[in-house]
Design a protein around this ligand. Sequence first.
Ligand SMILES: Cc1cc2nc3c(=O)[nH]c(=O)nc-3n(C[C@H](O)[C@H](O)[C@H](O)COP(=O)(O)OP(=O)(O)OC[C@H]3O[C@@H](n4cnc5c(N)ncnc54)[C@H](O)[C@@H]3O)c2cc1C
Length: 384
Amino acid sequence: MCALALGRQGIPALVLEAEPALTHDLRAGSYHPATLDLMEPFGITQRMLEEGIRVRHWQIRDRVGELVAEFDLGLLAQDTRHPYRLHLEQHRLTPIQLALIRQETQAEVRFGCSVTGIEQRPDRVVVQFESKNGPQRLDAAWLIGADGGRSTVRKSLGIEFEGFTWPEQFLVVSTPHDFAQHGFTMNAYVADPAEWVALFKMPDAGPPGLWRIVFPTVENEDAVILAADNVERRMQNFVPRRVPYDVRYKSVYRVHQRVCTTFRAGRVLLAGDAAHINNPLGAFGLNSGLHDAINLAEKLGRVWRGEGDGGLLDLYARQRRAAAVEQAQSMSIRNKRQLEERDSGAQRARLRELMAIAADPVRAREYLLETSMISGLQQSFAVR
Ligand SMILES: Cc1cc2nc3c(=O)[nH]c(=O)nc-3n(C[C@H](O)[C@H](O)[C@H](O)COP(=O)(O)OP(=O)(O)OC[C@H]3O[C@@H](n4cnc5c(N)ncnc54)[C@H](O)[C@@H]3O)c2cc1C
């Protein structure tokens, strides 16, 4: 996203990507209205809409299967050009971006190049990397570390990644079984103190698509968590059926809540998971990374053209760190705690509150502006 947004301004950009090609793994896949609006001027959203699933309604349910609240993103019709969530696997977004980079910009993407270290100089950054030709170095005016949660760039700078790791892992299971027949909307959250569940309908290879189910899991060994009988037990406990589930994909991953202490050190900027990571409840991780990239490329473009100084980049760091801490972190932690609330009185009170919000169009719109990242994005731009 950074390379496309810089390249579209005519700024020479080079991406060093460690993998030999775009990856095809199960990660994020739910895009909020604010993100769809931001990506539209780059021609990305239009292409995503051809392949993705528009999800206008989402639900909160309780574990006995009762619907607690259903929210209609159509209430945001005056606030966004995209009043729905769009579900599309992350590995189907990246080919769209890469094609646009190659068609419309001079930016270059070099696969199989793994950054190993950096050195900051007053006028440039020296980047060391490994490729099939062995160790290499290059000089860059600026460097964006968008190299994921284990960021080599962040570690090279010695920037702390403050926060914590949840004790449980998340198990993700995909099946073609149609949960709409049980009353679920294509995005739904089921509250339960022992075993909350999140559902997302994903397009996969096209209709009928796959339902992706996320469970918390306390076991430590991935092999035990992913064993066929364990996965089947979790699915049957959730929605029993007479025949076994057809499981197409399953994965397990550890979940963290961390934000780096600064998004800028001299000529190096951090963005995306390299700068902040959170649990996926609410789908804020990839969305906020895309918000970082677009904010940063706009400011870096101005600095490049001599329209502003490094103060603009400090502003990027303040705006996007505030968004990470005050929105993505706080909302994703709140969402998880709400789903897993053990105090039944507190759980009932919170679910009643959500019911009241959903029933009142004014409050529901406010709630949707927040959970769709629209008001948060506006607040982040107000940070000075
Ligand atoms: C296993 C997993 C499952 C997830 N599931 C969900 C989910 O269900 N829902 C959700 O909302 N979010 C999920 N996320 C989070 C979401 O996928 C991330 O927020 C998003 O991928 C962040 O994008 P990014 O580009 O910042 O980082 P990444 O997608 O991690 O991309 C970083 C890139 O940098 C490359 N790289 C790393 N180190 C180097 C180096 N030294 N040199 C060169 N290149 C390097 C990597 O190969 C990678 O291509 C998941 C994340 C993971 C890891």
